[in-house]
Design a protein around this ligand. Structure first.
Ligand SMILES: *Cc1c(COP(=O)(O)O)cnc(C)c1O
Length: 423
């Protein structure tokens, strides 16, 4: 297909897209000359909803106008601010509202969850992770093992893809759990692998962990707002996420956590602070800790209102879009991109992300290796494509259904051809 007919096809698909109008609700980044970038980096930092500015300004105004009274009298009283996110997050997570809480950032939440759900005992001391886990998750897991006075050489089990492959099959995990399950205290697994874009079968993983007598937690940094989730029915014990990738909450935005309702905070040990205390009696400031119901009992501190406000704006847009339409569009966008890549760049780029298990991220390996890949990536950047590079040879792009167009992918394909096929 020629570049011109591909662009025409992309524009026709955009014209038929029921979600096309949502793009206008986001600020689109530009380069130094003011030219709009082709933004394909929502897997790293989601774009700013235009309404985020107004939401933040409202809180600044209420702070200026009311001072401390804003806790009760702001248009959205700060005292219950995090609860405003519960409904929207619960729908994205596939959970009961009481099972989710907006708090902290991802790694902090991971520590809080492991404080409650990594309880090594006797022979059952191991945490199972994937070998290519995100650095922060690995640091958190290793430090938790050491915190318990244990040796990561004994208590960390890592599962790698088969030699020469990129993807881990869930059967590797189920086989490991069948063989060594009695050693395993916790399985910690990503919803979507950050480097490959592979989405995992979460109910299968939770079921295998439980069958082995272990608990199961999910890191949904790249899952929430991207793939369909059903955490309650899937039976996860806990999950954590950040607010700034597909949730578009802004840099360092408030993250969140899920705790299954089978684990009331009062029945599980954990690290406490005043915000996890039952709101009805929190301000009596009494010494005894009575946990708030559900996941809210894991809160420690009062939430940062200014970095929570943009999330409200973003969750409104998720509500308008609807999960089914978003996931259908993500499938359409990624299928369009993958088909064109296979047609034009098959010998040059390998699509690492599996076609049948992914969200909207595609990871593209430059077959010629690091040096050629790095040069091509720099050319893409100069051509106005915002994507990212993962060592040693991967270009990651996300086609985010809330704001990306088929046309963005046609522009990406043109740029990839120029970057990779011209000397
Ligand atoms: C983005 C990301 C993080 C970031 O952690 P923060 O604590 O929010 O800085 C951690 N883990 C994974 C898998 C991520 O993708």
């Amino acid at each position: 297909m020629s570049d011109a007919s591909r662009l025409a096809q992309a524009r026709a698909l955009d014209a038929a897209d029921p979600l096309a109008s949502l793009r206008a609700q986001f600020a689109l980044p530009v380069d130094e000359t003011g030219r709009e970038l082709t933004y394909l980096c929502g897997h790293s930092l989601g774009l700013a909803p235009l309404a985020a500015r107004r939401r933040v300004e409202e809180e600044l105004d209420d702070w200026a106008r009311l001072g401390v009274e804003g806790h009760h009298r702001a248009r959205r009283p700060w005292i219950a601010y995090a609860e405003l996110l519960q409904g929207g997050l619960a729908r994205l997570a596939g959970a009961q509202p009481s099972e989710v809480v907006a708090m902290n950032s991802l790694t902090v939440n991971l520590h809080l969850m492991m404080a409650s759900f990594y309880r090594p005992q006797g022979q059952r001391i191991a945490i199972v992770v994937e070998e290519g886990a995100f650095s922060s998750d690995r640091h958190a897991v290793v430090s938790q093992i050491q915190w318990h006075g244990l040796d990561p050489a004994q208590a960390l089990i890592e599962i790698a893809p088969p030699p020469g492959e990129d993807l881990i099959d869930e059967s590797q995990l189920t086989e490991l759990l069948a063989a060594r399950g009695a050693e395993v205290a916790l399985v910690l697994w990503p919803g979507v692998q950050y480097r490959t874009g592979q989405a995992f079968n979460l109910p299968r993983i939770a079921e295998a962990a439980h069958r082995a007598g272990a608990l199961c937690g999910f890191d949904l940094a790249h899952g929430i707002g991207n793939t369909p989730l059903a955490l309650h029915d899937d039976g996860a014990d806990f999950a954590v996420w950040c607010g700034y990738k597909y949730l578009n909450g802004g840099p360092g935005a408030l993250g969140g956590a899920f705790v299954h309702e089978r684990h009331p905070r009062g029945a599980v040990p954990g690290l406490a602070g005043w915000w996890g205390h039952d709101p009805a009696t929190r301000f009596r400031m009494e010494p005894g800790f009575r946990p708030a119901p559900g996941a809210q009992g894991w809160q420690v501190s009062n939430p940062p209102i200014l970095s929570t406000a943009p999330l409200l704006a973003s969750l409104d847009l998720f509500e308008q879009a609807g999960g089914h339409r978003l996931h259908a569009k993500a499938r359409g966008l990624t299928a369009f991109l993958e088909a064109a890549l296979r047609e034009r760049l098959d010998g040059v780029l390998q699509v690492v992300t599996p076609s049948n298990a992914r969200g909207c991220q595609l990871s593209l390996r430059v077959r010629a290796g690091r040096e050629t890949g790095r040069r091509a990536f720099d050319r893409l950047t100069a051509l106005g494509i915002a994507a990212d590079w993962r060592e040693p040879d991967i270009i990651r792009v996300a086609a985010v259904p809330l704001y990306n167009r088929y046309e963005d992918l046609a522009l990406l394909l043109d740029a990839l051809e120029r970057a990779l096929l011209t000397p």
